[in-house]
Design a protein around this ligand. Structure first.
Ligand code: BMA
Length: 854
């Protein structure tokens, strides 16, 4: 049936219902989180009978913007910011290049206007509500429609909804939004607070509800964006579902009761709510309810639930819950979200067992990293970019990511991805390292709305297992009121049963940030003296050479200490590059002469320290139950603690994370004094496993000194000392510094874990030069590289000159007599001859002069 059939026969109830469903769903998709994102184009040109929710988008390129006091109006794209629009118009240099950040600060000191026209139809005017809905205004905004002031905004994290009905007319209308510079407001607020309470709070971060990192952090420079940074649209409706919260109760008999709490405005007395739960397109159960006093609860039972599990523990099935507000045969509005059926508990540290997460009653060791905003300009972070990161996390065996409190509340897509991939999230409210004006009623009222909106938006995501009030805030007067009563109170009210902690890294909580290595300059050995639920620890390194090329010129690359190289490093000490080199020298000796090789050596050092820590904490389970690496990603190209640099090139530690976070690992603590090497096998598997532990002991030339194997049985979720090698004889003959231990775990004929262990720091291994041979097969974008070496090639690496591509593995230890197979996927196809030119292969021998045999 064509649309014209329908238009000529509008009384057909069936047809009307179908069309209404399309319209309602598109509207709901735009309006609410977690919705299926149906294209609102589906509605274009269709008849939308009165009463039905309709959303018309105001995003896109129909905007202009200008600086206050200037006449030049430039095209703008929404969502975006003053920075993205100025860049697009060629009015700013690349802010990430060299020292350009200084040259772009002026933008935030000005006031800016964004303008466009929008269309209002007769039909929209007939509906009771006509609203301008803004999902994100950054930050101090004043809004006019047709010259009428319709409202103000002062919180980047809130959704703003303005009644425009009295101010619009049929046809074209104008919308104008002013974004004001922050400083005058901050000054005013802080002076008034001081006058009233005698407390001097001058940090703008505490006054303005805006992503704290935008004022700069110890890994980025300030960039205070202004603009419409999320969806914006006109909504017209008589009735609207404003929120759906799905609470789950897991019963002892295994069934799950879902309580679907719906809030709606304008629901007609004769309307009903139809709730449908489906899995993989198949309806599992349905229920009917009625909105009374603005809300409704519909209880449903799923008798044979398919449970949601974290990555590595099982599947992550997502049930779709659809709520339709129906009147007669019409769907006035609908909302749809996905839920994963699981219980999530977090237990406090007790009797030698660290704080830990339990999913469906099973303890989980949390493996992953801390997420920061993926750009200084948030609207540049597309869903594809988020997918790249989250997919990488899952592929590298992460099951946990902490959404650090100094950024912004992430887009729905990030939560959706983590639901799909089984990545547990620590959701942190956006408060970091500051003191806040808890006595100020206006500030607190504003915060209350933010909390309610953000919790409602995110609460159905099964991936969120920890809610945390802040990042590392020291106690101040009113701390417990703010983070305990107010924020904790809102979480408990809106997400009953959820785990909430006042802060991450807060003294006394089980959730620990371990910074004695790096900020405390302690050696990596310190990690072995520490245990718990560790949600931050890190070591800095430089980004990949090709990434450094993007922000430097040739002269800047003459030294890692050049002014531009220093400009991008932001550690609070003011000499972060010195600390990077301090650790690199401590473990790998002097740096090479070559700039690019020096960058790479710092990555080896970072990965060595992180691996050292993770292996210890996993071995130490359950005295330790989380290892979240600071930090997963970067927001601009710079030397930082990141595992993946801003240009999305994996550092050494990212490659290695797949191994040290693998379900089974084999590790060891070679003991110089006793000349033994206890070999530990750690398993996160849900089932007991039986297999073989093999070991090979060689000298540095790769000559076999010893080999052996034994059968092992590893109970589910345990760490055990599977065997201890006595190397007294070998150590006495050759010295401990000349021994390499190569353990392997084989289960069902498959190698599931491998490692290379040695007694001293890497620096003390004096290695012979390995001859690494390789063959390349393949064409276009896919190549298969086979590597062998005549001598142990430690930290064997492959790199490309200019081409971009992803290696299946890198920075591995190549044992003579074993083949290593690496798969390379290029972004752009290359001929076999070109790939031979592009590819270079080396090992730590080439990078660390102090590790070469005399
Ligand atoms: C922790 C984090 C961040 C910081 C990092 C490195 O304190 O919470 O605030 O960037 O350490 O110093």
């Amino acid at each position: 049936m064509s649309r014209s059939d329908f238009q000529s026969n509008p009384s057909s109830a069936l047809n009307r219902r179908r069309l209404l469903q399309i319209a309602a769903c598109a509207g709901a998709a735009a309006a609410l989180s977690g919705c299926e994102r149906n294209s609102s184009e589906a509605m274009t040109g269709s008849i939308k009978p009165n009463g039905v929710f309709e959303a018309s988008s105001l995003t896109g390129a129909d905007w202009t913007f200008h600086q206050e006091g200037e006449t030049e109006r430039l095209p703008a794209v929404v969502p975006g910011s003053t920075y993205t629009d100025l860049l697009r118009n060629g009015k700013l240099p690349d802010p990430y290049y060299r020292e350009n950040m200084d040259k772009v600060q002026w933008v935030a000191e000005k006031n800016w206007f964004y303008e466009r026209t929008f269309h209002i139809s007769d039909e929209m005017l007939t509906r009771k509500h006509l609203r301008l809905q803004c999902d994100g205004l950054d930050t101090l905004a004043t809004v006019w429609v047709n010259g009428h002031h319709i409202g103000d905004a002062d919180n980047m994290f809130r959704q703003w909804s303005f009644n425009i009905k009295p101010f619009v007319h049929r046809g074209n209308n104008t919308l104008r939004i002013k974004f004001s510079t922050l400083e005058p407001t901050v000054r005013k607020l802080s002076a008034s607070y001081k006058a009233r309470y005698g407390i001097n709070l001058t940090d703008p971060r505490c006054w303005i509800r805006k992503a704290p990192y935008m004022w700069g952090w110890d890994w980025c420079r300030p960039m205070l964006t202004q603009g419409i940074w999320r969806d914006i649209r006109i909504e017209s409706f008589d009735a609207k579902i404003t929120d759906v919260g799905v609470h789950q109760h897991h019963r002892p008999d295994g069934s799950v009761r879902l309580s679907v709490h719906t809030s709606a405005i304008g629901a007609p007395a004769d309307s009903k709510l139809v709730v449908t739960v489906s899995l993989g397109g198949r309806t599992v159960t349905t229920g009917i309810g009625r909105i009374q006093g603005g809300s409704s609860i519909v209880d449903l039972t799923i008798t044979q639930p398919e449970l949601w599990w974290p990555n590595g523990m099982g599947a992550h099935p997502l049930y779709r819950v659809t709520v339709e507000l129906n009147q007669a045969n019409f769907v006035l509005h609908s909302h749809s979200c996905r839920v994963g059926l699981r219980t999530a508990e977090v237990l406090p540290p007790k009797d030698g067992v660290a704080m830990h997460i339990k999913i469906n009653g099973i303890p989980v060791f949390a493996k992953g990293a801390d997420w920061i905003p993926a750009d200084n300009l948030p609207t540049r972070v597309t869903p594809e970019i988020l997918r790249y990161y989250m997919k990488t996390a899952a592929d590298c065996n992460f099951n946990f990511i902490r959404l650090w409190g100094g950024g912004y509340y992430e887009q729905d897509e990030l939560f959706d991805l983590c639901d799909e991939l089984g990545i547990m999230l620590q959701f942190e409210f956006k408060f970091a390292n500051d003191t806040y004006p808890v006595n100020d009623k206006t500030w607190m009222d504003n915060l209350h709305v933010e909390l309610e909106q953000q919790i409602r938006r995110c609460r159905n995501h099964p991936s969120i297992v920890i809610w945390s009030g802040n990042n590392e805030i020291r106690r101040f007067k009113g701390y417990y009121h703010l983070f305990g009563d107010v924020i904790g109170g809102e979480v408990h009210r809106l997400v009953p049963g959820a785990f909430y902690e006042v802060g991450s890294g807060a003294a006394g909580s089980g959730d620990i940030h371990a910074w004695w290595v790096w900020h405390g300059k302690a050696p990596f050995n310190w990690f072995r003296s520490f245990n718990g639920f560790v949600t931050e620890f890190g070591i800095q390194s430089f980004p990949a050479p090709q990434t450094v090329d993007t922000y430097t010129d040739a002269a800047d690359r003459e030294s890692i200490h050049s002014p531009v190289m220093r400009y991008h490093e932001r550690d609070g000490s003011g000499h972060g590059i010195g600390i990077i080199m301090h650790y690199t020298h401590m473990y790998f000796g002097r740096s090479p002469d070559n700039f690019d090789d020096t960058l790479l050596l710092t990555q080896l050092d970072q990965s060595y320290g992180i691996r050292f820590a993770v292996e210890h904490w996993r071995r130490d389970m359950p005295r330790s139950m989380a290892a979240a690496i600071w930090q997963f990603n970067d927001c601009w190209p710079a030397p930082t603690w990141a595992m993946i640099d801003y240009d999305r090139r994996w550092k050494t530690v990212q490659y290695q994370s797949r191994h040290f976070f693998a379900p089974i690992i084999v590790t060891g603590i070679p003991d110089r004094k006793n000349k033994t090497a206890p070999l530990h096998v750690t398993s996160d598997l849900q089932k007991d496993a039986s297999g073989v532990l093999q070991w090979l002991v060689t000298d540095l030339d790769g000559n076999q000194l010893l080999s052996g194997h034994r059968d092992i049985h590893i109970p589910a979720r345990t760490s055990l000392n599977a065997h201890t090698l006595d190397l007294t004889h070998e150590a006495e003959k050759l010295g401990e510094n000349n021994i390499l231990i190569w353990p392997t775990v084989i289960i069902n004929g498959q190698i599931v874990a491998q490692n290379t262990l040695f007694f001293p720091r890497p620096l003390e291994l004096k290695l012979p030069r390995p001859q690494i041979s390789h063959t390349i097969r393949g064409a276009g974008r896919q190549y298969h590289i086979t590597l062998t070496s005549d001598k142990p090639a430690l930290w064997c690496f492959l790199r490309l000159k200019k081409a971009r591509g992803q290696f299946s593995d890198n920075f591995f230890h190549l044992c003579p007599g074993r083949e290593m197979h690496i798969y390379l996927t290029l972004d752009e196809p290359l001929s076999p001859t070109d790939i031979t030119d592009e590819l270079s292969i080396g090992s730590v021998y080439d990078l660390a002069p102090d590790m070469r045999q005399a």
